[in-house]
Design a protein around this ligand. Structure first.
Ligand SMILES: NC(=O)c1ccc[n+]([C@@H]2O[C@H](COP(=O)([O-])OP(=O)(O)OC[C@H]3O[C@@H](n4cnc5c(N)ncnc54)[C@H](O)[C@@H]3O)[C@@H](O)[C@H]2O)c1
Ligand SMILES: [Fe+2]
Length: 385
């Protein structure tokens, strides 16, 4: 039997003002889980609380989830849930808040569970015995609202763990474009290029299917058309809605088809230099498209559908439009020192090659190839080998 899965949340609610959907949930108690400040500052947290109260629920808030959430934060949130005993967990914010809430949920359902117990894929126990999960993303990027993934950092060991289980796929995703409309331009650009990376990598993945292709293709079209507008004019709600949809569509594609070398290399250069995930993806994408096109017809097929000659060049053009540098050497958000780059290159390349995303990349690679790709992307040299 050649069995393949395609799984997504049961309910995806989308459109302007859909935060109000919270007022239709049925339950007794809800806990809102959010990040640092933005959801509070822009009034979305209070609105969400009011909608849940309108639904007749008692509501409490767990806030302060940090970017790249830690095991400690997850344990604190799970404790708050065990004390309050909610039947709805409502995560609102960026990928970090959503990811943290997913694992708090697991520890709430199973207080005796330890973080080590769930690292192995397939080890997550059955959830939904105590609560169901709503995800409301405020960035248009990670698609955590749709995925079976959560990324949690063990701050003591300096390791980011991807937790993978269909159990943590949310029950309801609410996509209200008013939330990402408050993102500043550089976060919009970085998270938006992450969406494009998800969609292009799912499209060329060795486990792509007709289901994931349809979603990935639409996401790619939406990003090319709407990301420059969302970056230039953040309050353009039509562009924000298109990017929010693109993020979730790409998420549905990659949670089922997986990713490729762009993410493998982005994860490890992010670990070494602290460069933002979406920014690393944006820079790497054109070079890895050049590398991959020798091994798959899907790049040429995409160019034909989009009516363009050169996908790598089109991604570079898009990077320019949204003010993303074309090589790592020109990154300014963190120091990307050439000497350090050369020093860490071998180790970083080996780690990137070992990343799980490498498995579904269309071109069979090696740690040596990965090092050459890193160099090309650092110095801005086209790949034609
Ligand atoms: N679950 C998954 O499938 C998946 C996939 C990829 C990455 N991740 C993880 O997701 C995390 C990154 O998530 P992210 O890119 O959404 O960023 P984030 O949640 O870390 O937020 C980035 C910054 O943007 C701010 N912000 C978020 N929404 C805003 C808004 N509407 N207005 C103004 N500011 C806003 C946040 O406060 C924060 O300072 C990382 O931990 C990454 O490892 C998860
Ligand atoms: Fe990503």
């Amino acid at each position: 039997m050649d069995l393949k899965w395609f799984r997504v949340p049961k309910d995806i609610v989308f459109g302007k003002g859909t935060l109000e959907y919270l007022s239709t949930l049925k339950g007794k108690k809800a806990i809102l889980v959010t990040g640092g400040r933005s959801m509070k500052r822009f009034g979305f947290l209070d609105q969400a609380k009011a909608y849940l109260e309108k639904a007749g629920m008692e509501v409490t808030i767990f806030d302060g989830v940090e970017p790249n959430p830690s095991v400690e934060t997850v344990e604190k949130g799970a404790k708050a849930m065990q004390d309050f005993e909610p039947d709805w967990i409502v995560a609102i914010g960026g990928g970090s808040a959503l990811d943290a809430a997913k694992i708090m949920w697991a520890f709430y359902e199973y207080p005796e569970l330890k973080f080590e117990d769930i690292i192995e894929p397939g080890s997550m126990p059955t959830l939904r015995k105590k609560a169901k999960f709503v995800a409301i993303p405020s960035t248009s990027g990670t698609a955590s609202e749709i995925t079976a993934f959560s990324v949690i950092t063990d701050t003591k060991a300096h390791i980011k763990y991807p937790i993978v289980s269909y159990e943590i796929t949310p029950d309801v995703a609410i996509l209200d474009p008013e939330l990402p409309a408050k993102m500043p331009p550089h976060i919009t650009a970085n998270t938006g290029m992450d969406v494009l990376a998800h969609a292009i990598e799912a499209w060329v993945s060795t486990t792509a299917s007709n289901y994931t292709d349809a979603l990935a293709l639409r996401a790619i079209q939406l990003v090319f058309e709407h990301l420059p507008i969302a970056v230039a004019n953040g309050e353009d709600l039509d562009a924000r809605e298109a990017m929010h949809d693109a993020s979730t569509l790409a998420g549905m594609a990659f949670t089922n088809a997986s990713l490729g070398l762009v993410h493998s290399l982005a994860h490890k250069i992010g670990g070494e230099f602290g460069v933002t995930h979406g920014l690393a993806n944006a820079i790497l994408m054109p070079y890895i498209i050049q590398y991959n096109r020798k091994a798959t017809d899907k790049v040429a097929e995409l160019e034909k559908i989009l009516g363009i000659n050169d996908l790598a060049a089109a991604v570079k053009e898009l990077n320019k439009k949204v003010n993303v540098p074309l090589r790592f050497k020109d990154v300014t958000e963190v120091e990307m020192d050439e000497k350090k780059f050369e020093e860490v290159l071998e180790r970083m390349s080996k780690n990137a090659f070992d990343d799980p995303c490498t498995l579904t990349n269309p071109r069979q690679s090696s740690a040596e190839d990965v090092a050459k790709i890193y160099k090309a992307a650092f110095y801005g040299e086209d790949i034609n080998w």
